[in-house]
Design a protein around this ligand. Structure first.
Ligand SMILES: Nc1ncnc2c1ncn2[C@@H]1O[C@H](COP(=O)(O)OP(=O)(O)OP(=O)(O)O)[C@@H](O)[C@H]1O
Ligand SMILES: [Mg+2]
Length: 319
């Protein structure tokens, strides 16, 4: 991705404080600098309460910032929010469809909100339904759709006016893995070449899809980079340990005791050990594990995951 592409979304020193001095303040967004270029899909990744939704709502003008600057599609927010909205598609974390209206009626309703000429809107609605695989259900009330189909319809409504900036707040939350996969294909198919997309997600495995990942915690950016740049931080620092299930608990206890093991995380039936260096634990652990009665299946260096990187960042911050 060329960073020479125009910037379509930018915040500088963005702050949003909820509450007040007497009842207690929450700094939901705390000095956030974000940039998304045309053609980029950026992932906002962070734990519950990190400030992802607040950031999205500030970006689309749904909340007034406490301080800082926001520019979207060349317009200043909140000052020029009316103009900016024509260029923004926003899918809220808890978005609402009109349950009594059919799929087509929902799409047309959102088109009318944007004052789209009828002919253009109808053509666009048709195109989106076809893309989303919802054509067959066009006359079904939205309330009668499955969760995954509702998310697709939500995405379609956010795209009805062909916005060049797309804000998607946990679009695949509470959706099964197959529907999640379909959603990503759909999104990539629908994006116009030069769109700027900001997506929040709690799923680290999804973060590998983004051009750039912004790790956010307590309203601040902890680290950002391409997935590969971020993974690079932990090259030669992760060991995977597999043990017979009945001895895994003991394996974890012993591994945590090793002086070069910084952290142990469970990944399904495997353990990921984050180590200061590979050599020491590789030499010591098989011996200590065996004498502790652990039936080791393997202990080997593996490539880090983004989850490993995020855990390391949070640990480093706490120290
Ligand atoms: N309207 C509000 N009034 C007071 N506090 C709020 C309000 N909205 C959000 N907060 C607080 O701001 C912080 C950030 O919340 P936000 O919803 O932005 O987090 P998030 O990253 O979207 O979390 P999640 O992953 O759970 O959706 C939280 O501590 C939350 O309780
Ligand atoms: Mg949220």
């Amino acid at each position: 991705m060329s960073t020479r592409e125009p910037i379509l979304l930018e915040t500088q020193g963005l702050v949003k404080i909820f509450g007040d001095r007497n009842r207690g303040e929450i700094r939901a967004v705390d000095g956030l600098d974000l940039t998304v270029h045309a053609g980029e899909m950026v992932g906002l990744v962070g734990p519950d309460g990190a400030g992802k939704t607040t950031t999205m709502r500030l970006l689309c003008g749904g909340l007034q910032p406490t301080s800082g600057k926001i520019q979207v599609a060349g317009y200043e927010i909140p000052r020029q929010v009316e103009h900016a909205r024509e260029h923004i598609g926003y899918l809220a974390q808890r978005f609402s469809l009109y349950g009594d209206l059919t799929i087509t009626e929902n799409l047309e309703f959102f088109g009318e909100v944007f004052d789209m000429p009828e002919k253009e809107m109808k053509a666009r609605a048709k195109e989106l339904l076809r893309f989303a695989g919802l054509e067959k259900f066009a006359n079904r009330p939205a309330a009668a759709l499955s969760g995954g189909m509702q998310k697709k319809l939500g995405l379609a409504t956010a795209l009805i006016h062909s916005p060049e900036v797309l804000l998607l707040d946990e679009p695949t939350g509470a959706v099964d893995p197959v529907a999640r996969q379909e959603f990503w294909y759909l999104l990539i198919g629908l994006l116009r070449g030069g769109s700027a997309v900001l997506v929040s997600t709690p799923y680290m495995d999804e973060a590998m899809r983004f051009n750039r990942v912004v790790f956010m915690e307590k309203g601040k950016v902890l680290l950002e980079g391409t997935p590969h740049e971020l993974l690079h931080r932990l090259d030669d620092r992760i060991l995977e340990l597999a043990a017979e299930p009945q001895t895994q608990h003991e394996a974890r206890r012993i591994a945590e005791f090793d002086p070069d093991v910084e952290d142990v995380q469970a990944f399904g039936d495997r353990l990921h050990l984050r180590v200061r260096s590979l050599a020491g634990p590789l030499a010591r652990l098989p011996v200590v594990l065996a004498s502790g009665g652990v039936a080791l299946i393997h202990l080997k260096p593996v490539s880090p995951t983004l989850e490993d990187v995020f855990m390391e960042l949070l640990d480093a911050k706490q120290k």
